[in-house]
Each structure stands twice: as C-alpha cells, then as structure tokens.
Design a protein around this ligand. Structure first.
Ligand code: ATP
Ligand code: MG
Length: 361
C-alpha cells in the first residue's frame, strides 16, 4: 500500500511556534525522508470559515501568510503538494455523504470540539458547520487515501472520528476508504505547546502566540513577559519546573549544543532545571537563554521567508498548481465512493438494461 500524508492548518492567522513543534517540523522531516509516496498539505480555508463566517477577509488575507510560513519552514513544492481546501469541491460532497454515518451525540462527545465551543462562546448557538467540522476533516483525510496524519494532540479525537467513519463506510458499502494513523510528536512538550500566558494551548484564537515570522525584538519582549512559577519570587527561592512555560519551551526547543554557546555553566537542560529547583537561579537568566534558543531556531526560517516574500506571484502559482493536482486526486476518490454507494447511475449499463427490460414486458 502507498504511504501518503495529509495534514494542514487553518488560515486564521500566521503560524506560530506551537504549529512548528506540533506538526510543521515533523512534516518537513517526513518530506525529506523520502519514505512517502505522496504528501498533501492543505490550507483549510473552508474549515476556517466554520467559525469565521462573518470575517471572510481574515481567511482571505491569511492564506498567503500560511503558505509563506510553509515554504520558509522547508516544505518543498517539488516534494509536497500545497493546496487550498475550498478549491477541491469534491471534499464538500464527501462530507455530505459521510454525515449520514455520524450521529449528533457522537459529535457532541468530541472533547476538542467541546472545548473549542466553550472558547468561542458558541454554547448557546453553535454554527452547524463548526459542529460538524470533524466530518469534513474525515473527508479531507480520506479523499487523499492518507495513511499518516502528522498533527498535534488536539487532533486525536478528529482522527478517531475519521477512523470510525472509514470503518462504517467500508462495512456498509464495501472496502473503499483507507484508515489513517495519527502521528504525534515524540517530545511530550510538543504535543500541545502552551501559550506564553501559560494557558493550555498556544492558539491563534487565544492571542498567546509567538509567530514564526516575528522579528527578534518582538520575540524577546514576549519571552521576557512569559508565565513562569508564580511562587518563584526572589532569585534564591526554590522554583518549580513543571507547568513553568519557560521550561516547557526549553523542553520543546533546546539542544545540548546551545548550552556550550549561550550558557556554558550548564551541560544540559537537566542541570539547569536542577539549579532552578534548588533555588539561586533567576527567571531572567533562563528567559534570556530561551530567547537565544528561539532565535537560533527561528532565524533561518525568517531569512527564508524574506526571500519568498519577494516573489508572492510564485507562491500563488505553487498553490494553484497544488490545488489542481489535489482536485484531480479527490475527484478520483469521490468517483470510487459514489460507485461503492451505488449512486453512479449513468455509468451502470446493467442497471439501465434491467430497467429497460422491466418496462418492456
Ligand atoms: P485556531 O485557533 O484557528 O484553531 P490553531 O492555532 O489551533 O488555530 P490549527 O490551524 O487549528 O491552529 O492547527 C494546525 C495544526 O497545528 C494541528 O495539527 C494542530 O494539532 C497543531 N497545533 C496547533 N496549536 C498547537 C500547539 N499549541 N501545540 C502543538 N500543536 C499545535
Ligand atoms: Mg485549532
């Protein structure tokens, strides 16, 4: 069986370092491993509209930002197909058919959707499109017969829902769809990177992000304002590392080699944590180190972005070509789905012959 990747992001803002460690970095590694037959990376504009229906311009303006972030992180259009969701109309049709296989109560149990509804104050009136977006995600994944979906932890319930839909579809209509596997980050800190405010998840919608394209000065300001251990008041106080955002970010980004360069008194992160726990290590010193680490990671991304920003027409060409290719693939799957569901009447000569005979008598 072919090995195929599908993943993507909502164009609701620029991409942030949570996206980077949660999914983007892994995608680039997988792309360059040469182990996959096809890689599809989707800018999920239709999904973004499910909770931004009144603000289409936000979505429209952010497609290019997400595409620039992709290219600057190292996604290569020669190896990965970058495309826009709404261009692939077949996805909407698949969503419509799959929605017959899912119950309202099953959707209500989805913990990610539950917390997102709460976050957006949708409790009193949930847009139907938003409520059912896990079904449209199943369409996105299955349209490309994806075997592997590299994403952050918040996507676990979506993948579970997709796998259920695939099983139900195949049981009901015969083997047609491929059951995908989720690929989560290995590093625990990257599963769900917290925001700079210490909130559970860095998210465009919460405004607690460090963006990939942000300049050095702004990153520094954000790092210096980051949430740490509220009980670590004086330098000599013992501090807590667990739940301390600065240390979570170090867990996500730090490599031993950065100590030799920026903090040679320590050999590695364990030693730094140990000192913090003991007391005698100030937040400012740790934050300065984190700032240096983030800069090391982000400066090549920033530099590549500057290059791509000079040729926006090229970026649009990449998206257009990718969208056309993706559409052809999804159209093929839709044809197979419709044949399995027995809604391909005009292709079925037997059916037409049978009905002719029925009324000839
Ligand atoms: P929105 O607030 O609009 O939902 P978002 O910041 O949650 O935006 P998405 O576009 O929904 O971003 O998510 C894109 C991908 O990035 C998904 O695979 C998701 O799991 C991953 N991701 C998003 N935020 C984080 C995070 N804080 N830590 C790890 N992975 C993340
Ligand atoms: Mg999200």
């Amino acid at each position: 069986m072919k090995k195929i990747i599908l993943t993507g992001d909502r164009p609701t803002g620029r991409l942030h370092v949570g996206h980077y460690v949660g999914s983007l970095k892994r995608r680039v590694e997988l792309q360059n491993s040469g182990e996959f037959d096809d890689i599809y990376i989707m800018i999920a504009d239709a999904q973004a509209l499910t909770d931004n229906a009144d603000n289409p311009d936000k979505v429209r303006e952010n497609i290019i930002e997400v595409a620039l972030d992709y290219l600057s992180c190292g996604l290569d259009p020669a190896k990965s197909t970058l495309f826009i969701q709404s261009y692939v109309q077949e996805l909407t049709e698949l969503t419509f058919y799959y929605s017959n296989l899912v119950t309202v109560s099953r959707l209500q149990r989805n913990p990610t959707v539950k917390s997102e509804i709460q976050m957006r104050n949708f409790e009193a009136s949930i847009p139907v499109g938003f409520f059912t977006y896990p079904i449209s995600q199943a369409a996105d994944i299955t349209a490309f017969k994806a075997t592997t979906v590299p994403v952050g932890e918040d996507q676990l319930p979506m993948l579970e829902q997709t796998r259920e839909i695939v099983r139900k579809f195949n049981q009901t209509y015969g083997d047609t769809l491929v059951e995908p596997e989720i690929l989560l980050p290995d590093n625990e800190a990257c599963l769900r990177l917290p925001g700079i405010d210490g909130k559970a998840k860095m998210s465009k919608s919460l405004g607690n992000c460090i963006y990939l394209a942000e300049d050095e000065k702004d990153v520094q300001k954000k790092v210096m304002s980051m949430y740490t251990d509220p009980n670590h008041i004086r330098v000599q106080d013992p501090g807590q590392v667990e739940g301390n955002t600065v240390f979570t970010y170090l867990d996500a980004f730090c490599k031993d080699e950065y100590f030799a360069e920026y903090l040679p008194d320590y050999a590695n992160l364990d030693e730094l944590k140990e000192h913090y726990r003991r007391g005698g290590l100030g937040d400012v010193k740790v934050k300065r180190f984190l700032n240096a680490v983030l800069n090391e990671e982000l400066s090549p991304i920033r530099a590549r972005r500057k290059e791509y920003e000079k040729d926006i027409a090229y970026v649009y060409d990449v998206l257009k070509a990718g969208s056309e290719k993706a559409r052809a693939v999804a159209a093929q799957t839709l044809e197979e789905v419709k044949a399995s569901m027995r809604i391909n009447y005009f292709d079925d000569e037997e059916l037409i012959k049978k009905h002719i005979q029925k009324y000839q008598k």
